[in-house]
Structure formats: structure tokens, C-alpha cells
Design a protein around this ligand. Structure first.
Ligand code: AMP
Ligand code: ZN
Ligand code: FE
Ligand code: FE
Length: 274
């Protein structure tokens, strides 16, 4: 089946692209999108690892934006890498600064930690900070670190650099990528009903309907909205690695059973942007 939302060690996933591809093949995935937060750095390893296998790689990313002061994620599929990588450098640099700021806040709260060193094309995120808090022995799980300090209203939380969802959608379109609103029902800054029309006006092309945090009734509502607005539907498990690694995965690879026939319309939309 189809997996259109996965993370690797180039952002906050716990599997390398090679390990992710091996796991996807084992789980029976036919086409797998690499959608790291704000970076395309995992693509090369993924394409290399999937060559000579039946697995199709869908190149993508998950762009972090801010809407109504809350984080809003937009998936982008099939971007023109040469065009998108330069503006992404700024976003990634912002993530490195933000990670340092969260570390400073935690130190001020009495919980000094050290983050593992990360190269310039890797995108640090809150799960890295959470893992360092676990490693230091302050909490027993990443989840606990989020509950105590790192949640969106937590005492060590730092928002992303200012970057609106509309600007994010425009950037993706400019770079030939199909913009899709990731996990709309995880958004905390307004209702799907009110936000979706605004994003469509900015050029949004699709919605991630199938996601582990969506209930069956959320999925029905999003299917209807896609029909009403003429939007593409996507889905994926937002896989960050095996649950044993202390990550917030509720389902494993391929468990959502996203139908493969969602892929051709996505490809057609990407071709139309070129
Ligand atoms: P960031 O982009 O740095 O704000 O981190 C967002 C990532 O943190 C998400 O993609 C998840 O992997 C993870 N995450 C968000 N909320 C939680 C939570 N409550 N518990 C554990 N992980 C979370
Ligand atoms: Zn993540
Ligand atoms: Fe996300
Ligand atoms: Fe994600």
C-alpha cells in the first residue's frame, strides 16, 4: 500500500533512510514518501537504498509553519530540489537556533542537557530535546518530557521562526511541490472548517485525510471537504521509527492501508506545476 508521511534520522525519526526502506519493504509498502521536517537531506540515501527494489520513493518534506500562533504542518510532494533547498537552509538554521533556545530554557529551569551534534542539513526538533531529557534521567519517556516541558504551551517550548502557512504554501508551489495540509485535526489554532478555506485560497492542493490521530469521523469529514473543494487526498502513518524507541507512534508502517490509487492524482498535480 501507500505511505505518504515518514520521518528519518535527518529530522526526528529514529531510523536511517536505509533502515526505513528495509522496514517498508518488509511491511509490504509499495510507495513510500520521505517527508522529513524542513529538510530534503534524506532523499539521496533513500533513493540509493530503494534502487533495485520494488519500492517506489516519493520525494517530499513536511514544512513547519505558524498559523494563529500555533504550528501548522504542510507536506510538499515532488519539489524541485535545486529551487527549494536554498530557502530551506534558512528554516533549518532556525530549527538549530530554536533547539538551542529550548536547551537554554531547560537549563534555566534546572534541567541542563546536551544535544547530540547535528550537521547543517539535519533538522533538529523537540523529540531530540525530549530524548536528551530522558538520557539525562530527568524523565522516563519522551512523552513525559512533552507533557512537562515541551508541549506547545509548555515552559520550555519555543515556536518556530515566523513563517506563515500561506507563505509556506506559496514557497512549495513556487518550487513545483504539491502542498498538502498535514494532520488537520492535530492543529490547535482554529477549526478545520474555518482554516481550510483560507489555505485553499493560498493555493493548497490537498489534505492528509488518513493519519493515526484522525478518528473515522474526522476522516469522513475530510473526505467530504476534499470533494467540496476539489482537493487531493493523501495519507500516511507519520512514522518516526519503532514504538520501542520511545516515539509517539500509534501505528506501524503500512497499518493504515492507504490505497495506492491516491498516488497517480498526486503525480498528475505535481506534473501540472512544472
Ligand atoms: P517540532 O517540529 O520540533 O515542534 O516537533 C514536532 C514533532 O514532535 C512531531 O512531529 C512529533 O514527532 C513530536 N511530538 C509532537 N507532540 C508530541 C507529544 N505530545 N509527544 C511526543 N512527541 C510529540
Ligand atoms: Zn516529527
Ligand atoms: Fe507533523
Ligand atoms: Fe510528521
Amino acid at each position: 500500500m501507500l505511505e505518504l508521511h515518514c520521518h528519518t534520522t535527518y529530522s526526528d525519526g529514529t531510523l536511517t533512510p536505509q533502515e526505513l526502506i528495509a522496514a517498508a519493504l518488509k511491511a509490504g509498502v509499495k510507495a513510500l514518501a520521505i517527508t522529513d521536517h524542513d529538510t530534503l537531506a534524506g532523499w539521496d540515501d533513500a533513493f540509493q537504498a530503494a534502487a533495485d527494489t520494488p519500492l517506489e520513493i516519493v520525494p517530499g518534506l513536511e514544512l513547519s509553519t505558524v498559523y494563529n500562533d500555533r504550528s501548522l504542518h504542510i507536506l510538499g510532494f515532488y519539489p524541485d530540489r535545486a529551487k527549494l533547498e536554498p530557502p530551506l537552509q534558512e528554516r533549518i538554521a532556525g530549527r538549530h537556533r530554536r533547539a538551542r533556545e529550548m536547551v537554554e530554557k531547560l537549563a534555566a529551569l534546572g534541567y541542563p542537557i546536551e544535544l547530540p551534534s547535528m550537521s547543517g542539513n539535519m533538522a533538529p526538533g523537540r523529540p531530540h530535546v525530549a530524548a536528551a531529557l530522558v538520557k539525562a534521567g530527568y524523565v522516563s519517556s519522551n512523552q513525559e518530557a512533552f507533557t512537562r516541558w515541551l508541549g506547545e504551551r509548555g515552559p520550555a517550548y519555543v515556536q518556530y521562526d515566523k513563517f506563515s502557512a500561506e507563505d509556506g504554501i506559496r514557497l512549495l508551489l513556487d518550487c513545483g511541490a504539491v502542498p498538502v495540509w498535514a494532520h488537520p485535526y492535530l492543529f490547535r489554532g482554529g477549526t478545520v472548517q474555518t482554516i481550510l478555506p483560507k489555505l485553499v485560497e493560498a493555493g493548497l492542493k490537498g489534505v492528509e485525510v488518513y493519519h493515526p490521530h484522525h478518528s473515522p469521523s474526522d476522516e469522513r469529514k475530510l473526505e467530504e471537504a476534499c470533494e467540496d473543494y476539489g482537493l487531493l487526498m493523501t495519507g500516511g502513518s507519520d512514522y518516526h521509527g519503532p514504538a520501542s524507541a520511545g516515539v509517539n507512534n500509534s501505528v506501524g508502517l503500512n497499518q493504515l492501508q492507504v490505497p495506492l490509487d491516491l498516488l497517480p492524482p498526486l503525480k498528475a498535480a505535481a506534473a501540472a506545476l512544472r
